[in-house]
Design a protein around this ligand. Sequence first.
Ligand SMILES: [Zn+2]
Length: 264
Amino acid sequence: MLVNANEILRDGKVIQFNINNLEWTKWILEECNRLHNNVILGVSSNAIKYMGGPNVVALMVKGLLMDLDIRIKVCLHLDHGKDINICKECIDAGFTSVMFDGSLMELNDNISITKEVKEYASLFNVTVEGEVGVIGGELPSISLVKRYVDETSVDMVAVALGTVHGYGHMDIDWSLLDEVQKEIDVPLVLHGGSGISNDVLRLFVDKGIAKININTDLQSAFSKAIRNFLETNSDVYDPRKIIGFGEKALKKEVSSKLSVLDGR
Ligand SMILES: [Zn+2]
């Protein structure tokens, strides 16, 4: 069932896995369904472009939910929408959640555009995630986080805590997370969840993170498996066999990340 992020967060904490193509989407859905874990499918603007556009993505996900008989709750979420137009296009295409990322703007502009996105999204029962501070950059003060959340009424908020996108040096500010958790009521999102051990991810969840975003770790597992396959099977040319070799590795990575939520 395709639902918004609130419907999923009401049931518990969740991992957002980013999708890059049909195969990833199918395998993530199959594995989450097998393990009875609701899931948020994140799609970046570039991944949307790569796949053909927001309608392709939304219709593909809807088709997979039907044809694979997926019984869990699934949310289709735009990751890091950098302007209001991409947010609106995704909402119009049938996405159930969008992130507006105005983190590089002046705070006042970030707030006013997030509000506009939220207003439009509310007409369609679509949830909105905002960002405050810059993931991989400047961390916000607690008063800034409070102001952003109060004024925008976002459904979820990504607060920069010192993690980075991709693999890179992290300097996590745990005391900021504690403070945010105490002061902020809306679900907190951790970006840059890759390259972090499951034990540390569990600590994030215990300290109040409601949604963990994972992309790079899946990319790494998938490409390693295919690289190994091609090195030892240079005569294989069937694309289904080549790409299909990533299935086991990707599903293993998905189930490992989902184990972070066990008992929580
Ligand atoms: Zn992110």
